[in-house]
Design a protein around this ligand. Structure first.
Ligand code: 6PG
Length: 227
């Protein structure tokens, strides 16, 4: 078990969302006070939706927020499974973050072209102020999957043969995701127990390759945290 992980074990997924939302808002205030903007990387999948809905109800200096995506699925922009669609419906479409400050991955262009385009956006953005990540049942995070090989120096990867549909994706690299002041993992549900256990045992999983300088905050519910 890495010694720089802070495990926040809460009873329910709702409590995980409330606690994580609080840390995100605090991080935004701190970043804006320190350097005028808050550079936040959003997580994909379904777990973050509760957090995004709480953020949409919160009061923040939205004009200073800059939004990035940890990964995106190569689907049409309006496809129900797009991470950007969920984030827009739950959060971004409800707050006054300027459109020009929301950096969507153009995953509809396909993995290669979209990764190339995002490479430059990430290069201009790092270090991030905060990165949000989920974790899959196999210990993947963003679209970094076990057994997949990527060029480490890349800031954004084209992903093929994803074991989680759709097969083609774009992901910010472990190196770039780790280049952040704060990082939060959001993990809920009994189906994540095995991966959490293996992570804590020190197995070489994609989640374990996310190593920012500062401690990582893992917000997890009781169902996912098997003693
Ligand atoms: C994706 C996500 C992926 C997700 C995990 C957890 O595009 O699928 O980026 O990494 O975070 O698979 O997904 P759930 O939150 O839906 O369990």
């Amino acid at each position: 078990m890495q010694n720089n992980n802070r495990w926040h074990i809460l009873e329910t997924a709702d409590q995980v969302a409330v606690a994580a939302c609080r840390q995100i808002l605090d991080a935004a205030e701190q970043a804006i006070a320190e350097h005028g903007i808050f550079k936040l990387v959003l997580a994909g999948g379904s777990t973050p939706e509760k957090v995004y809905r709480l953020l949409a109800l919160s009061d923040a200096n939205w004009a200073n927020w800059h939004i990035y995506y940890g990964d995106e699925r190569c689907l049409p922009v309006d496809h129900a499974d797009r991470n950007s669609l969920m984030a827009t419906q739950a959060f971004l479409g409800k707050v006054a973050i300027p459109e020009s400050q929301i950096f969507t991955i153009l995953a509809e262009l396909g993995p290669e072209r979209a990764a190339q385009q995002y490479q430059q956006i990430v290069a201009d953005a790092v270090p991030f102020d905060m990165v949000l990540l989920g974790m899959g049942e196999d210990g993947h995070t963003a679209s970094l999957f076990p057994g997949h090989q990527h060029q480490e120096e890349e800031l954004a990867h084209a992903v093929y043969n994803s074991p989680k549909p759709p097969p083609e994706r774009v992901s910010i690299s472990a190196k770039a995701l780790s280049n952040t002041h704060q990082l939060i993992f959001l993990i809920t549900g009994a189906n994540k127990q095995e991966a959490v256990k293996n992570w804590r045992l020190g197995l070489d999983l994609p989640v374990a390759a996310i190593l920012p300088e500062n401690p990582v905050d893992i917000y997890i519910d009781r169902a996912a945290y098997k003693l």
